[in-house]
Design a protein around this ligand. Structure first.
Ligand code: GAL
Length: 396
């Protein structure tokens, strides 16, 4: 009798044991949190603080992609098993608030500021009921990684300032551009004008558009906001102030008129690598890759880094973040962003490419792609793997 009872208990406990300890990352599958619920943190990013990884992302509902809840937060020490920490930034019930429930709040990223000891969240914001017309970024701040974050403000970017590379010649050219002269878009002449700053000029007074985005903290503690601007035609990299809460006004354009979204960035042996997507809404497309010797450029385009089934469609996903972590030791000194600021170079680093497989008909069922970045001939490669273990893959 005793034995039967023991066996029964074991049999009942087995599925639970299987659920709580995840051993590998399986991209595209359901990813249950500690409560057994599929992780709801889309378009997200990760901050390492102390020994813990914090995953922030968009909470998606079952029937709409609009924000009905806000930004969620999950915590993990092994990147496999995630504990739900609740809503880090909540949408507002106040009518007319920038982040009113029903707004579009996408691609949140959080960085830690070592001077103010604050956690700083930036995200893409579209005002409620205005489609994707507002094209703003929003900023929120918290004393603790899991929140609650306090919303500070939202606006367009860098009003009244030109990109750093605009010298006398570029300013003279931009002076001749006028959006009203282009009856037809997507012509070679129009694309040339966009490349020369047609939209930068149009939005000079009100500020530059700011949609898909990420944040990056460099080794020296300087932080940057990287976002799709100019009607999603050109990426901007904008320097942040020392408190990580504002732009300084210094910014550069990447791949003018190149039509890039979903920027994700990392630095390997002094070279900055950025992976982006094309602009096809929720539908997947072929990833693009760029590199530069400095965050300020010049940025060079490379072929698609993805390899394997559906590599021409980013495996059905769209980039959101690249996590830099130590491949083996998990100590405070070897994380992505260290507590004294900066994405400190680590020995034997591992870079994890993160992407979203969107499900616009059932947004909360969107899936995650996490794959290790390897190097081939000195260039990053993202190879599909059905399953793999973090901290176990060599990148060379
Ligand atoms: C995608 C973008 C997503 C979301 C979507 C809306 O291109 O990357 O973050 O904005 O469009 O259609």
């Amino acid at each position: 009798m005793k034995q039967t009872l023991l066996l029964l208990t074991l049999l009942l406990a087995l599925p639970l044991m299987g659920q709580s300890e995840r051993q590998t990352i399986r991209s595209g599958e359901l990813w249950p949190d500690n409560n057994g619920t599929h992780i709801n943190a889309h378009g997200g990013g990760i901050l390492k603080y102390g020994d813990t990884f914090y995953w922030y992302g968009e909470h998606k509902s079952d029937h709409t992609s609009n924000a009905l809840v806000g930004v969620t937060c999950y915590a993990s020490t092994d990147l496999l098993n995630w504990r739900y920490c609740g809503v880090a930034l909540s949408v507002s019930d106040e009518r007319g608030s920038d982040i009113e429930r029903g707004c579009v709040l996408e691609r949140p990223k959080v960085i830690f500021n070592p001077l103010t000891k604050k956690f700083c969240m930036w995200f893409h914001l579209e005002l409620k009921g205005r489609g994707y017309n507002a094209a703003r970024y929003g900023v929120a701040v918290s004393d603790r990684p899991e929140g609650p974050f306090r919303f500070l403000y939202s606006q367009r970017a860098n009003a009244g300032t030109w990109p750093v590379e605009f010298g006398e010649k570029e300013l003279a050219t931009v002076d001749t551009l006028n959006a009203a002269n282009f009856k037809e878009q997507w012509t070679p002449a129009w694309l040339k004008a966009v490349g020369e700053g047609l939209f930068v000029k149009r939005d000079f007074g009100t500020g530059q558009m700011s949609r898909d985005m990420t944040l990056y903290v460099d080794d020296d503690g300087k932080a940057y906001h990287i976002f799709s601007s100019e009607e999603n035609l050109t990426l901007h990299i904008a320097e942040l102030t020392g408190d990580y809460l504002h732009h300084t006004g210094r910014y550069t354009r990447v791949a003018p008129a190149g039509h890039n979204e979903a920027p994700a960035i990392f630095k390997h042996e002094g070279t900055y690598w950025m992976i982006t997507s094309g602009c096809t809404g929720w539908a997947p497309n072929e990833a693009r890759m760029f590199s530069a010797p400095s965050i300020w450029g010049p940025w060079t385009q490379h072929p698609n880094p993805c390899r394997g089934p559906k590599a021409d469609l980013t495996f059905g996903g769209q980039s959101t973040f690249i996590l830099t972590t130590d491949n083996g030791r998990r100590t405070t000194d070897n994380g992505q962003q260290t507590t004294d600021g900066g994405q400190r170079s680590v020995n034997n680093p591992q870079y994890i490419f993160m992407a979203d497989i969107w499900r616009p008909q059932h947004p909360s069922d969107a899936r995650y792609i996490w794959l290790p970045i390897e190097f081939e001939g000195g260039k990053p490669v993202v190879r599909w793997r059905d399953e793999w273990k973090p901290f176990s893959v060599k990148n060379t």
